[in-house]
Design a protein around this ligand. Structure first.
Ligand code: FES
Ligand SMILES: [Fe+2]
Length: 374
């Protein structure tokens, strides 16, 4: 594969891909229900009974730690008449997962424990909660909602190794959701290029070499569906913070020999992004709500021991990411207003600065090609 595509290689997707309900439904089934999706961080589910929920489209999974220490995914639908079992996005179940409709109760591993008044010939063992695959990778919890036999995350991201080896020993310091009037692909495609950065991200431009992105022959290190590179900060900058400096008194214990210290991962198949700095890690997801609505979530990790207030300021440490995201949000809504225009037709990519967009669309077309009529 060439490291730099010739100019004007490839065209974007047709208008229909961004506005059609039919495409949206197919994306859920083929793209999102058939891949690993970010669900949270292991620090949220360390104790038996602790759970987080993952919901997207018509998928809804409880990810819960069992009494045996195993983390499992359980589809959030009662085996009696199908009621949703848990409504909170996270929490702790005390003794069991109890359905509030007719009080069937399940153990944390999904086994049906109690089904009141069902009679002596009722066999609870055949009514356990259906399972979804869960995998923890570097402390990051992924769920695969659609069954099947997916290749493990660790295998799919085999070339990704952060020097911040304490990512697994982190905790969530802040989560920010942005609901946008845009298609999820417009958000993801915006994240894949920095062609727009010099014009739109003046703050980021002070610490990040926006012009180097895509032009330095870094090519495509990694697998066919992700990119993993060193974040190209300007000389003197070491962290994606407002000052470009380490702003936490409790940074990660980095081992530069172990791999990339300031790693930047974008995983196309999962619309998942991870930016590691010496004092924090930013995780980004890009989830569809409808053809015209999507939700971008930023989750910020810090070392497990880092004390908010005393050792870092949660209102400032992540500000460079949040300010940049707000600028990107406006762009994502602006581009969607134009993409839905009846006169829109896709133009050519910049072969150097938008090469990652081309790669994403290759992945997307490989899954959706017969539905998207170019
Ligand atoms: S639907 Fe859950 S107990 Fe009846
Ligand atoms: Fe941007």
């Amino acid at each position: 594969m060439p490291t730099t595509l010739p100019p004007c290689t490839g065209l974007g997707l047709p208008r229909e891909a961004y506005v059609s309900e039919k495409v949206f439904d197919a994306e859920l089934k083929r793209f999102f229900y058939t891949t690993w999706l970010y669900a949270g961080h292991e620090s949220q589910v360390r104790e038996p009974g602790q759970f987080i929920r993952f919901a997207l489209g018509d998928a809804d999974v409880i990810i819960i730690r069992g009494r045996d220490g195993v983390l499992r995914g359980l589809h959030n639908t009662c085996r009696h008449r199908g009621a949703q079992l848990l409504g909170d996005s996270s929490g702790t179940c005390r003794r069991a997962i109890v359905c509030s409709y007719h009080a069937w109760s399940y153990d944390f591993d999904g086994k049906l424990k109690g089904a009141p008044k069902m009679g002596s010939d009722f066999d609870p063992t055949v009514h356990r909660l259906r399972q979804a695959e869960v995998e923890v990778w570097n402390g990051v919890v992924f769920v695969h909602v659609g069954g099947g036999n997916p290749a493990p995350v660790a295998e799919q991201l085999a070339g990704v190794q952060f020097a911040n080896t304490d990512i697994a020993r982190s905790k969530i310091a802040k989560v920010v959701d942005f609901e946008l009037t845009t298609n999820w692909k417009a958000s993801w495609e915006n994240a894949l290029e920095c062609y727009h950065c010099a014009v739109n991200h003046p703050e980021l431009g002070r610490i990040f070499d926006v012009d180097a992105d895509g032009e330095d022959g870094q090519g495509f290190p990694g697998g066919p569906e992700y990119i993993f590179i060193e974040n190209t900060l300007r000389p003197g900058s070491v962290s994606v913070t407002p000052s470009g400096q380490i702003e936490s008194k409790r940074p990660y214990k980095c081992d530069p020999e172990a791999g990339i210290e300031r790693g930047f991962l974008q995983w196309h198949r999962s619309a998942f992004e991870m930016i590691a700095s010496p004092d924090h890690v930013a995780l980004m997801t890009y989830k569809p709500l409808s053809p015209s609505k999507s939700i971008v979530t930023q989750t910020f990790l810090v070392p497990e021991e880092a004390q908010p207030g005393a050792e870092f300021d949660p209102d400032e440490l992540f500000d460079m990411h949040i300010v940049t995201r707000q600028q990107d949000n406006a762009l994502c809504e602006q581009i969607y207003a134009g993409l839905r225009n009846i006169a829109y037709s896709p133009g050519p990519f910049n072969g150097s600065l938008e090469q990652e967009n081309f790669r994403f669309l290759s992945t997307y077309r490989s899954v959706m090609g017969d539905i998207i009529a170019d």
